[in-house]
Design a protein around this ligand. Structure first.
Ligand code: PMP
Length: 308
């Protein structure tokens, strides 16, 4: 991690940013978080979709009933400041985290002290193999909205995905796909899913217990701008077995070709052409070499290296 973090209104050294073992969030998962990538192109650093991530943090906080004292614009400014203080000159990942920090045994969400932190880690492109992954459909299901608000990025909501990911890795696969309680495809452990059948792309609708991914929205936008048909509708497991192309997408994951599901080869067993095009396009946007979507970036001015 980089040496400075933002904590409750000030910038502090990472070593001074510890939480006590009694805090509510540590025991009960009463918190919400985000993950934002910043990309270094050799000359300039820029965050991708920073506003959208902080808007989602606000929506998540509202769903949990947790107060968030900083507005979206303030948070973008804080993130810029944080990257500047840390003199980040490599690909990085910002980790905003809103925790219920009161030390109480009570399980509830109201009347708890919130604590907002943002830490930054270096982050390579390869969070998950960008050449292609083998997936299994997990025996663990996605929690339904009546049990846990999936569209809020809740810290406590990651136990199911963690169990599913371990199940996949221990079975010799790379990644897990979770179904809803009703048996529809929801998403992978930390990424959304798209499937192409003939000329049409399909992705599960927001009511199918997905996190409403920011990269998912970006993919829909690029595909539609490229005159491809995208349809949000429920997907059955068996459809994955006969799909022509499948990819996963997320902030950390980027765009990941799925080459196998439950031992069945997807398409011809190699990364799909459109998937690779989307992967290249997203990276070009992130690094500032695609003018069409330059509005998705927030440049972070850094002091010139000569002055360091
Ligand atoms: N689903 C889950 C469960 C996730 O954790 C993530 C990562 N935030 C995604 C989907 C992808 O969302 P985004 O594109 O906003 O990162």
């Amino acid at each position: 991690m980089f040496p400075y973090v933002f904590l409750d209104g000030t910038f502090v050294a990472l070593k001074d940013s510890r939480v006590g073992i009694g805090v509510n969030a540590l025991h009960y998962g009463t918190g919400t978080f985000e993950g934002i990538r910043a990309f270094w192109n050799g000359e300039e650093l820029a965050m991708l979709a920073a506003r959208e991530h902080f808007q989602r943090l606000h929506r998540s906080a509202r769903m949990l009933g947790m107060p968030l004292a900083f507005g979206v614009d303030d948070l973008v400014g804080i993130a810029v400041d944080l990257l500047q203080r840390n003199e980040v000159r490599e690909d990085a990942y910002l980790r905003p985290l809103l925790l219920a920090s009161t030390e109480t045994l009570q399980v509830r969400l109201h009347d708890l002290e919130p604590s907002l932190s943002i830490a930054v880690s270096p982050m390579s492109l390869q969070y998950i193999n960008l050449d292609g992954v083998r997936c299994i459909v997990s025996t663990w299901r996605r929690t339904p909205d009546v049990a846990l608000p999936n569209r809020a990025k809740v810290t406590g909501g990651y136990i199911g995905p963690a169990l599913a990911k371990s199940e996949a890795l221990l079975a010799g696969a790379d990644e897990a796909i979770l179904l809803t309680i009703a048996g529809h495809v929801a998403e992978a452990t930390t990424s959304n899913i798209f499937m192409r059948v003939a000329e049409t792309w399909f992705t599960p609708p927001v009511q199918d217990d997905i996190l409403e991914g920011i990269t998912r929205a970006e993919m829909m936008c690029i595909l539609r701008d490229d005159a491809q048909q995208v349809c949000e509708r429920s997907i059955d497991r068996s459809e994955l077995y006969a799909a022509d192309e499948i990819f996963l997408c997320g902030t950390a994951a980027l765009v990941v070709p799925v080459i196998e599901v439950d031992g069945r080869v997807v398409g011809n067993g190699t990364a799909g052409e459109t998937t690779l095009h989307l992967q290249r396009t997203l990276l070009a946007i992130a690094r500032g070499s695609n003018a069409r979507y330059s509005g998705w970036r927030t440049p972070v001015p850094l002091p010139s290296i000569a002055r360091r």
